[in-house]
Design a protein around this ligand. Structure first.
Ligand code: GLP
Length: 244
């Protein structure tokens, strides 16, 4: 779908999420959300917070799994995705803290592989992700699945692409401060979600959106694997769709 503005587009994504949550509530069941960070989804979270505050939308039956986290990363650091999610969403809604999952950037190296395996197992044990929200990086990455990530990749420790580290430099007050690694859900983890919503705003994303949506399916543009997903909704503003 193409919207005039990212505000309208974000509202539409927030409504899809709210509809799922309410449907599951009515059935007495839980919903599992896959969540993303970055500037792209912030407005979706703001709309969900508004729905909680103004319409009483409850998140008590919601489990969340974030896509990724820098490694290493302390949760209280300015750039941590834990902090990002708390500030944009979790601090403002009624989700029980033990239902929130974010990859742990504080683990010692030898504990990371076990953590990643358990992350996948937890998702599976809850019945899988119902809706996975995604942004897209200029390298074509989803989560932190950089070019070269296989379709069958799952949660793991990865090395960040140079372009991704340049794009993150301003958040870290210089490229040299950007972590070289991250823990991310894999392309395979994302493809397992029952529904995917990938969002992109602005001219800067137009080229990579064209490659992801219309280009060949290739591990050089990991987001192109979404073409294989049978329930993937691409949500764009006018500018991000300008090369399609
Ligand atoms: C980071 C995140 C991605 C996100 C991307 C785009 O790399 N790990 O999940 O999609 O940035 O960021 P933005 O939404 O700020 O353009």
């Amino acid at each position: 779908s193409i919207f005039k503005s990212s505000e309208e587009a974000s509202l539409s994504s927030a409504r899809e999420i709210a509809t799922l949550i309410k449907k599951r509530q009515a059935e007495g069941k839980h919903a599992v959300l896959g969540l993303a960070t970055g500037s792209t989804p912030t407005r979706v979270y703001a709309e969900l917070v508004k729905m909680h505050q103004k319409e009483g939308l409850s998140f008590k039956n919601v489990y969340t799994f974030n896509l990724d986290e820098y490694y290493p990363m302390r949760p209280d650091s300015l750039q941590s995705y834990v902090r990002f999610m708390n500030e944009h969403l979790f601090n403002h809604i009624d989700i029980p803290k033990n239902q929130v999952h974010i990859p742990d950037g504080t683990l010692p190296k030898d504990k990371v592989a076990d953590f990643c395996r358990e992350y996948e197992q937890k998702i599976d044990s809850l019945g899988g992700i119902d809706i996975q929200l995604l942004g897209i990086g200029r390298t074509g990455h989803i989560g932190f699945n950089e070019p070269g990530s296989s379709e069958k990749s799952f949660t793991r420790l990865v090395t960040l692409d140079q372009m991704t580290r340049i794009d993150a430099a301003s958040d870290f007050f210089g490229e040299e401060n950007v972590p070289r690694k991250a823990i991310t859900m894999g392309v395979g983890s994302i493809l397992k979600a029952k529904q995917v919503i990938m969002m992109a705003w602005g001219e800067g994303k137009a080229r990579v959106i064209k490659k992801a949506v219309e280009g060949p399916i290739t591990d050089q543009i990991p987001s192109s694997f979404l073409q294989k997903h049978t329930n993937c909704h691409i949500v764009l503003d006018d500018a991000a769709s300008s090369e399609l």
